[in-house]
Design a protein around this ligand. Structure first.
Ligand code: ADP
Ligand code: MG
Length: 242
């Protein structure tokens, strides 16, 4: 039997106060792949991501992870039982815990398993020398790496990232993007990355879903979309890339 895709969204609708902000989105992401939800501010990217996390009610449609229904009209599996990891722009590290404690915080495992996983992740994000540091002792880029390690610690099936690089220093951002991508690939998680920046999507995505007004207007490999935009608006959106 063929295995189910890691993440499937089918005809998702979501409304606030009668206004539909997600209007029939469907997509599939396989393990190890990065799908970018790309589009201008207000087009419904974060709302879509929050429904995948189980943080937002839907009007209709279905979301499946490894073939298991996690959201369907009237049914929502709680976020902590979905196997999803979350990273937002605000890394929200616990200020009173060390780097190592931040990473192991949500882990349900024996002491030795926790220690092993923390060591492994600290090595992956190049922060072994900071295991006893606190968030305020780290640079923005280092805090981002702790947030990444913490979200990866329980081995999420799907990693959800909402504009995770937008608060970072311009000069460091590309290096951090590349490193983050390498770590995500090594962990074989499926990634949904929300961004309003075309160059970020071009750099990181295996698939781009270009959104406008709550719908996906075009979906495909980055260079296919860049070279053959679906319409003038899509072309204009990419035209700022240098
Ligand atoms: P994006 O992430 O693409 O900028 P959002 O998904 O955050 O867009 O928002 C899509 C639309 O839904 C916007 O018009 C926004 O104002 C609206 N919206 C988002 N969250 C809420 C909410 N909790 N209540 C009411 N409206 C919301
Ligand atoms: Mg948003």
């Amino acid at each position: 039997m063929a295995t189910a895709p890691r993440l499937e969204i089918e005809n998702l609708h979501c409304a606030f106060g009668g206004v539909e902000v997600v209007q029939g989105i469907s997509l599939t992401v396989e393990g190890g792949d990065v799908l970018c939800l790309l589009g201008p501010s207000g087009c419904g990217k974060s709302t879509t991501l929050r429904t995948i996390a189980g943080l937002e009610d839907i009007s209709s449609g279905e979301i499946r992870i490894d073939g298991q229904v996690v959201t369907r009209g009237g049914y929502t599996l709680p976020p902590e039982h979905r196997g999803v990891g979350l990273i937002f722009q605000d890394f929200a590290l616990f200020p009173h815990l060390t780097v190592a404690e931040n990473i192991s915080y949500g882990l349900r495992a024996s002491r030795s398993e926790k220690a092993h996983r923390v060591d492994e992740l600290l090595e992956r994000v190049h922060l072994s020398h900071h295991r006893q540091s606190y968030a305020h002792e780290l640079s923005g880029g280092e805090q981002q790496r702790v947030a990444l390690a913490r979200a990866l610690a329980p081995r999420p099936r799907v990693m959800l990232m909402d504009e995770p690089f937008s608060g970072l220093d311009n000069r460091l951002r590309d290096g951090i993007r590349d490193h983050t991508l390498q770590v995500l690939k090594d962990e074989d998680t499926a990634v949904v990355l929300v961004t309003h920046e075309p160059e970020e999507a071009m750099r990181m995505a295996d698939q781009i879903a270009l959104m406008r007004n709550g719908s996906i207007v075009q979906q495909g490999a980055p260079y296919n979309i860049y070279n053959s935009p679906a319409d003038r608006a899509a072309a204009a959106f990419f035209s700022d890339i240098n």
